[in-house]
Design a protein around this ligand. Structure first.
Ligand code: NDP
Ligand SMILES: O=C(O)C1=N[C@H](C(=O)O)C[C@H](O)C1
Length: 269
């Protein structure tokens, strides 16, 4: 019988990294073959299971991506923009599918990932959950159906440690709303109001970010009309939904030709 696909987790000590190490190491469909952290991190050299406070998994944490990916078919990466962009070229060299959950990427970062995707299979989404990807589709449809008399506002809430805003999910929802309306998001996005802003501009799409406590992630897309509001909402209560989506993406990507893919491709939505 052939071996199960080997998966490496980048940023193994992070909130998502730990979730992914657990999921992949327990999966009947994949093997955990590597765990990465940045050079100088105190987990480097330790067994990743023990570093997480559990039983040994036989996988030492490495700070050498090429070595860690040598026996892997895919790397799952929920880290930080600079780390993700740097890993993309190395994943291409190692011929490993690169699944990217990292958010807060700039346009320049995205251009660099697109360049790497000429030689590598990259699957990237600001949210890997089934529910949010469904919500994205619903948002596009509702935006198509309702005209500019309905003001679109996207409100997201996350834990106090989150470093980027608006969230990757909020931006996916904004893109879908703009697409539904047949406009460019960059031309209509209101990404932060303060002071004497003037009345709301018809056709704009507003973003608001709330940060606090341990909220996993909540997103509302509000279509506010006169006398009525339509509100589409997703509430995440467990990061496992993102990890499951990422593992599904990794397994889906193995054997695909190089290119840029997203969760809509993976989920067939
Ligand atoms: N697409 C999706 O479905 C989801 C996306 N996310 C996104 O994933 C990212 C991570 O989130 P979260 O786990 O909460 O964040 P954390 O801060 O908990 O984890 C980030 C991890 O990446 C590590 N890291 C940073 N730089 C490097 C590097 N150069 N090499 C290796 N590891 C590195 C950090 O290490 P150190 O501690 O040393 O800095 C840390 O372990 C964020 O961008 C978040 O928005 C989160 C959930 C779902
Ligand atoms: O940082 C997080 O935690 C999350 N980030 C993603 C985002 O930016 O949308 C996905 C999820 O909401 C959790």
């Amino acid at each position: 019988m052939s071996e199960l696909p080997g998966i490496v987790v980048n940023g193994a000590s992070g909130r998502m990294g730990r979730m992914l190490v657990k999921l992949v190491s327990e999966s009947p469909a994949a093997r955990l073959v590597g765990a990465l952290e940045r050079p100088g991190h105190d987990w480097v050299g330790q067994d990743v299971g023990e570093a997480m406070g559990g039983a040994a998994l036989g996988v030492p944490v490495s700070d050498d991506p090429l070595e860690a990916m040598a026996k892997a078919q895919a790397v799952i990466d929920f880290t930080a923009p600079a780390a993700t962009v740097a890993l993309a070229d190395l994943a291409a060299q190692a011929r490993a599918v690169h699944v990217i959950g990292t958010t807060g990427l700039t346009d320049d970062d995205i251009t660099r990932l697109a360049a790497a995707a000429r030689h590598a299979t990259i699957i990237r989404a600001g949210n890997m959950s089934l529910g949010v990807n469904l919500l994205v589709q619903l948002t596009r449809k509702v935006a198509e159906a309702l005209d500019e008399a309905f003001d679109i506002e996207i409100v997201e809430t996350h834990h106090k440690h989150k470093v980027d805003a608006p969230s990757g999910t909020a931006l996916m929802l904004g893109e879908a709303a703009a697409e539904g309306r047949g406009v460019e998001l960059d031309r209509v996005a209101d990404r932060g109001r303060d002071g004497i802003t003037g009345a709301r501009t018809e056709g704009h799409i507003g973003f608001s970010a709330i940060r606090g406590g341990d909220v996993v992630g909540e997103h509302d897309v509000i279509f506010a009309g006169t006398g009525e509001r339509v509100i589409l909402r997703h509430v995440a209560t467990d990061r496992a939904i993102f990890a499951r989506g990422a593992l599904k993406a990794a397994l889906w990507g193995i054997g695909r030709k190089p290119g840029s893919y997203d969760m809509m491709d993976v989920l067939g939505l």
